[in-house]
Design a protein around this ligand. Structure first.
Ligand SMILES: *Cc1c(COP(=O)(O)O)cnc(C)c1O
Length: 231
């Protein structure tokens, strides 16, 4: 085992245990919560070490980074998951390189992705990113626009809408952070009641995942706690 792989193996075991503990504290089955490793800013060697651990799915927030890493790691069979804000003019590359987009947050982007996927003869899973925090720098669809957006997405057969994603407010107040996660779950439940088949809730990061799990996260996106601090 390489040094990087040993380092990652230890971090992975620890975060998986913490996720399991959070599930037990919330009265949930740990098998219902998966971890998306977020490899942004880390290089191909580090990701290759994670692949050696059996990880195959990685979250990235910049298309440029996915392009570079996908080329360097073409032999690894990696599924790249886009979790960052996407410019519409990146749709073509995303249609080519990504297996899933969790940051689908506006109609123009959905249309652009649909057209590029049609041309590529592909389809992909998507999550709708909802803005649950008041911070201006946080992206996402305003909650009030979710019902109409989900109806629009029904017309795009290349986009398989699986659930919702959010980033909570950055705050020391647990109640405020948890409120963001609760809102996402409520929006998911309302959408299901309106006939949309949304199972997944991608919410929670290294610093706040126990609160997300308490509110029903099915997937937590973990960077720092697996790969270490980013510079
Ligand atoms: C970077 C990032 C994460 C992971 O954050 P950590 O605090 O390093 O776990 C999760 N989600 C999104 C959208 C990110 O950009």
């Amino acid at each position: 085992m390489s040094t990087d792989t040993a380092y990652l193996a230890s971090n992975w075991a620890e975060i998986r245990q913490r996720v399991d503990d959070a599930c037990h504290a919330a009265g949930r089955d740990p098998a219902t919560v998966c971890i998306l490793p977020v490899s942004k800013t880390f290089g191909s060697d580090m990701i290759r070490a994670a692949v050696a651990l059996g990880l195959r799915r990685f979250g990235e927030n910049r298309v440029q980074e996915i392009r570079d890493k996908a080329a360097a790691l073409a032999d690894c069979g990696i599924d790249w998951v886009v979790i960052g804000h996407l410019q519409t003019n990146k749709a073509k590359e995303v249609a080519r390189l990504a297996s899933e987009v969790q940051s689908l947050d506006r109609p123009e982007l959905a249309l652009a992705l649909h057209r590029q996927l049609q041309q590529a003869g592909r389809s992909m899973d998507v999550l709708v990113q909802v803005k649950t925090s008041p911070e201006p720098e946080k992206h996402g669809l305003p909650p009030a626009q979710l019902p109409a957006f989900l109806d629009t997405l029904r017309d795009y057969d290349t986009l398989h809408v699986r659930g919702l994603m959010t980033m909570a407010v950055h705050s020391d107040e647990a109640a405020e952070v948890r409120g963001c996660f609760r809102l996402l779950r409520q929006l998911r439940d309302q959408s299901v009641a309106q006939g949309h088949d949304l199972q997944r809730l991608s919410m929670g990061m290294s610093g706040d995942f126990p609160l997300a799990i308490a509110e029903g996260a099915t997937e937590v996106r973990i960077g720092t706690a697996i790969f270490g601090g980013r510079t």
